[in-house]
Ligand binder design. Sequence first.
Ligand code: C2E
Ligand code: MG
Ligand code: MG
Length: 653
Amino acid sequence: MASLISRLRRLRHSDQTIAAHVRRTLVASLYASPQSLIIGALTSSAISGTVALVSGNRMMNMCAIAIAIVAGLRTTDALRSHRPELESGAPGSVPATRQELVYRAGAVCYSALLGVFGLLTLLYTADGVLQLLAVTTAVGYAAGITGRNAGRPWIALSQLCLTSLPIVFGLLAAVDPLKALLAVVILLFIVAMMDITLQTYDVILKATVASAEMAALAEHHAAVARRDDLTGVANRTAFREQFEKELQALHGRSHLLAIHWLDLDGFKEINDSFGHHAGNALLTGIARRLKDAFGSGGIVARLGGDEFAVVRRIRERSDAARIGSRILELVERPVHHDARELDVTGSLGVAIAPADGTEADTLLKNADLALYRAKDSGRRTICFYEPLMDEKVERSRDLAAEMQGALQRGEFDLVFQPIFDLDGKRVRSCEALLRWTNRRYGSVSPVEFIPIAEKSSLIVAIGSWVLHEACRVAKQWPAEIKVAVNLSPIQLRSANLLEVIASALATTGLAADRLEVEITESVLLEDVEASFAVLNEINRINVRTTLDDFGTGYSSLSYLTRLPFQTMKIDRSFVADLEQGPASVAIVQAIVDLAIKLGMQTIAEGVETEAQLAQLRRTHCDAVQGYLLATPMPASRVGTLLAGMPLRGELRP
Ligand code: C2E
Ligand code: MG
Ligand code: MG
């Protein structure tokens, strides 16, 4: 008995400290089986009604009516209360504490009424059957209810006492030894049922806590599995789910949904130069900024590597442009790592639902196409998806795939365009120009495929082949004819360029001073110091250097004086303008004069008309190249041209 009392005390404490979600589950167990409650209500009402009627006692009749009314109210409450809502604590659902209070009120009233009815039956009827009916109903109810409501032990225990104790009192009041014996039995029964209820409660509580912990753990695991490990933003899986949800919410609504696909420019360089830790710090910093700016009310996810996606609901297209600018601005803010400032820029592809698609796959594909296009147009670019992009980008991608193995399949070829002295009669050198005839796409222009080769870094292998092949062909020409080979910026930055040039010269036996390399002006400006060093190295092994397409890259004059070039090629846009008027002539003249002062030779590119040639002669540039004099031709025809020079037949009329 003492232990029972101490357990009841402990129960009072522990019941106040149970977690809200556990309490919710326990309260929900009160409503878990409305059937048992309804059966209890119906049977007890029916029996008390019958006993009252047969007895003809007014008080018993009133008590039976009260039992029926409370039974009706409790049944209605049980049917109305939804267990899942209670369990989830969903917004709008009745709070568990209130629900428990309602249940407790009904239970206490009902039990007390049943107990009182039993007491009245024992006091006011002498009919043994009626007494038996009332006592067994009350005691049976008490036994059942302690099991049913053990999840909320105070309710169960009070129901047990309220139903049984009046019966005990009634039995003792009869002053009958047999009835007194029964009263003692019922008292022992109450103690035993209390013990069972407390034990059952312990088991239920432990099971509920364990299952709540398991559910929380599962939830935690699910959240971790959907989060990008490095940056903490949503990963691809979570992005996909959230994005599809947003798309579903779009149906019939007036807003639009914009997906911004971000790719960092130059992330690889940061990784290569400063290490993975720096790269990680940069990604984490950028992800945090994006999340702070767009996380609430939108989706921010890392789709892999240095790619992120930001999804936002917008009113009109211009909102997407504004968001895009903000993203780029956030990306450009330096990230501090190890006393260093890490800087990158970003490129963005944007697709907007529903105009650019309503399915997740379509929109992702279109945003990716737009991003591809943005990357192609240089750094810091935002590109919106346009239906025409599909075709162009698909072709670029196909060409990139076809380019793998193209060298091995022998699809590349060189043509040579002679460069003439100013009189247009004597060839002084030939520029090697790369041609690609693909098995699927046929002839592809270098203007299209060189950038693709540069993106995949295949240009290094292809460029090496060009150097070897150009030197091999030039070796067969008269000794005074040089060969010019175009170099890509990627080759210029590759570690083994010098070895490749030296190997091309060594294996073909071409004298180094017969090789010229052409480098486009705009390329040099990206990293002047590095370019300066490489060019000096090239000159040191006696290979000449030419500044190609001069006038397209806005070289500062100070760079020009420092960069070691022996020749400058005046871009064909200036030559094309020559016939436009005296101003254009003056520009070309100024370029030639500048080159003379810097000790460089000049070649005018893209000479197409006699008038241009005549004008160039007046400017005293050193050499000319263009369709007027000769188009690019295969090696075999160059041989013929050089053998019988001057050969008007080979020259363009
Ligand atoms: P580039 O180095 O400026 O080469 C001159 C380009 O102008 C050639 O185009 C040539 O065919 C064209 N051209 C020559 N005369 C005239 C003319 O009178 N009028 C006009 N409109 N064009 C003329 P192509 O062969 O299509 O090459 C284009 C560009 O592709 C080259 O410009 C060069 O930057 C690049 N390229 C070509 N071959 C190679 C290569 O082996 N390696 C690298 N890295 N780039 C190459
Ligand atoms: Mg060139
Ligand atoms: Mg050029």
